[in-house]
Design a protein around this ligand. Structure first.
Ligand code: G3I
Length: 375
C-alpha cells in the first residue's frame, strides 16, 4: 500500500471506530467549539425505526465497509444475491454461497435481515418459465416452481430473515394498466400469481412479515395503481403484511405532500410500511437507459449538495412523524463509493446519492439526518 493510502486508511479507521464508540466530534473542525457528540444513524433513530443498508458480499469482505455497516446500521438487505437468478441458477441447483455470507454476517452481529426478493420479473433464471423443449410452462407448473423456490429459500433463512419482499415491481409503468402484463409470471398466470406467491410464503414461514415492494410508490400517477393491486390482494385474502416503498428518489421529488399522502393511503389499507431502497439521486428519475450526454457528469457541486440536504431533511422529518406506521428505513448501497445509480439509467454518470462519501466519511447531509433535534 502507498504511504498516502495507508495514512488515509488509518484516518478513516480511526474515524469509524470513533463514531462507533460515540466519541469523535464531527460538526466543526475545532473540538472546543463542538458541543455535538457524534451520533450514529442507529442511535439517532433508535426510538423511531431500524436503519438498514443494502449490502453485497464484497462490502462484507472490505474491513472498512464492514466496520461502517456495523457502526451505523441495525438492519441489512442483500442487494442482489438472494434474488432468484443468482440464488437458483438451474432448476435443480441453488447457489447458496454468497447469500449465506450475508445471512451469516447478520447472524454473527445480531442484525435484522430483510429478504429481497422472491418473485420478480427481473434477475430471474431463464429456465424458470420454460420446459425442457423450451416451450412456455403451464400455470400449474409455474405455481409448483414458485412454491418450491419460495419454500426452499425461505426455509434456509427462517432463523434470521424477519421480513421478505415476496413480490417486487408487479405494477405497470403505463397509467392505463394496473399490472405489468409483460411479466412472464403475469403472462402465464394472470394476476393470481401474486396471491399464490403470498400464500406460498406464508406456508413456508408463518412468522415472516410479507411485503409487496415497488418503485415510484409515492408518485401520484402510480400510487392509485399500487393501491388497486393491494386492494386486489387484500380482497383475495392474500396474507400480506406490508408495502415496501423503495424510495429511489431525487433532489427534485417527492414533495412532502406527495410522501405524506401516499403514507396515509397505504396505512389506511391496514398495511405496515417500510422504506426499502432509499437513495436521493442528483438527477431526475428516468426509466429507460440511455447514453451519457456531453457535460452531464457535473459532479457533486455545492448547489446540488444543498438540494440533497434539503431533500433528505424533508423526507426524514416525514418519516419521523410517521414512526407509528413506518417500521424500517433501508438505504440502497452503503456509500457514494458505489451506487447502482452510477450505472442506471446512464452508464458512467457518477451519482452521489447516499449519506457517506466516496471514502466512507459522513457527508454534511449525514449530520443533518442524525442531528434533527438541534434545529
Ligand atoms: O454479477 C454480474 C457480473 O458477473 C458481470 O460481470 C457484470 C457485468 O455487467 O454484471 C454483474 O451483474 C450485475 C448485478 O447488478 C451485480 O452487480 C448486473 O449486470 C446488474 O444489472 C445488476 O444490477 C442490479 C439491479 O437491481 C438489477 O435490476 C443492481 O445491482 C441492484 O442494485 C438493483 O436493485 C434493484 C432492486 O433489486 C429492486 N428495486 C430497484 C433496484 C435498483 O434497480
Amino acid at each position: 500500500m502507498k504511504p498516502t493510502n495507508l495514512v488515509k486508511q488509518l484516518l478513516l479507521f480511526t474515524l469509524i471506530l470513533g463514531c462507533f464508540f460515540g466519541v469523535c466530534s464531527c460538526e466543526t473542525n475545532n473540538p472546543k467549539q463542538d458541543k455535538t457528540a457524534f451520533v450514529t444513524l442507529k442511535q439517532a433513530y433508535q426510538d423511531y425505526f431500524p436503519i438498514g443498508v443494502a449490502v453485497s458480499p464484497s462490502n462484507l469482505k472490505d474491513s472498512l465497509e464492514r466496520a461502517l455497516i456495523l457502526a451505523q446500521f441495525s438492519s441489512i438487505t442483500a442487494e442482489n444475491v438472494m434474488k432468484a437468478g443468482p440464488i437458483h441458477p438451474e432448476i435443480d441447483r441453488y447457489n447458496w454461497e454468497q447469500a449465506d455470507q450475508v445471512a451469516n454476517f447478520a447472524r454473527a452481529h445480531n442484525l435484522k435481515l430483510r429478504g429481497h426478493a422472491l418473485i420478480w420479473h427481473q434477475q430471474y433464471p431463464t429456465w424458470f418459465f420454460k420446459d425442457q423443449q423450451g416451450n412456455q410452462i403451464s400455470k400449474d407448473t409455474l405455481y409448483a416452481r414458485m412454491r418450491s423456490h419460495i419454500h426452499t429459500v425461505m426455509n434456509r433463512y427462517k432463523d434470521v430473515i424477519y421480513a421478505w419482499d415476496v413480490v417486487n415491481e408487479a405494477v405497470s409503468d403505463s397509467v392505463h394498466k394496473t399490472y405489468r402484463e409483460s411479466s412472464p409470471f403475469y403472462q402465464i398466470a394472470g394476476k393470481e400469481y401474486l396471491v399464490k406467491a403470498f400464500e406460498f410464503a406464508k406456508e413456508a414461514d408463518p412468522e415472516a412479515l410479507l411485503y409487496y415492494n415497488d418503485y415510484n410508490a409515492v408518485q401520484p400517477s402510480k400510487v392509485n395503481r399500487i393501491e388497486s393491486l393491494l386492494e386486489d390482494l387484500l380482497q383475495a385474502g392474500a396474507p400480506i403484511d406490508g408495502v415496501g416503498i423503495q424510495g429511489h428518489w431525487s433532489i427534485y421529488e417527492p414533495s412532502k405532500e406527495e410522501l405524506t399522502s401516499a403514507l396515509d393511503l397505504y396505512s389506511s389499507l391496514g398495511l405496515d410500511i417500510q422504506i426499502t431502497e432509499l437513495d436521493i439521486s442528483l438527477y431526475r428519475w428516468e426509466k429507460h437507459q440511455r447514453p451519457l450526454r456531453e457535460g452531464e457528469n457535473q459532479g457533486f457541486t455545492a448547489s446540488l449538495e444543498q438540494k440533497q440536504i434539503a431533500q433528505y431533511e424533508s423526507i426524514f422529518e416525514v418519516f419521523r412523524n410517521y414512526k407509528e406506521v413506518i417500521t424500517g428505513v433501508t438505504f440502497w448501497n452503503l456509500s457514494d463509493r458505489y451506487s447502482w445509480l452510477d450505472h442506471y439509467p446512464v452508464e458512467g454518470r457518477k451519482n452521489y446519492p447516499l449519506l457517506f462519501d466516496t471514502i466512507l466519511q459522513p457527508k454534511k447531509v449525514y449530520h443533518k439526518v442524525v442531528n434533527f433535534n438541534q434545529k
